[in-house]
Design a protein around this ligand. Sequence first.
Ligand code: NI
Length: 187
Amino acid sequence: MQNEIALDKIRLRTFPDPILRKRSGEVEVTQQVKEAVKRMAGIMYANNGIGLAAPQIGVNLRMFLVDTGDGLIEFINPTIVPLKSRMTKMEEGCLSVPGVGVEVRRIDKIKVSACDSSGRPFVREFSGLKARAIQHENDHLDGKLIIDYLNPLSRIVVEGKFRRGGKKQKKTCEVACYDGEGRTRRS
Ligand code: NI
């Protein structure tokens, strides 16, 4: 398994870029992968996101980052198992679908197996906003976007606006925004 990453083509991708709809492949951690992760973190923080997935920067590999205010967590080749818990609803944003907020129902607690960019494996449980952000980012690895959670009619309307280029590139954030002081906000 070899990952070829065009580092010079790394930039934030927005719908309807076809890269966002592809299923991403397993990652073999290389120097190039580490460099891509570093750039992904830079783009995430520059845009006040609490997460970012590799397809969003044009890299179809199974990896994403999450930082809800208490430090960066790298997820490479993640596997998510839902834990017995309640479903919660929250309006989510996405840097790849600017200006759109979609209420998404997700499970509150999950167990994740993954490794970090040094290739160290870990298994951890997450709940609340972190669990939500992880599920949102993991959707990106399967080509799924928040607009897929809209009812069919709203989805046609929103997608149509993007395809016609009529949707204003309003400032947005990933899942929710991070203000650098441990609080999250939407802007
Ligand atoms: Ni997103």
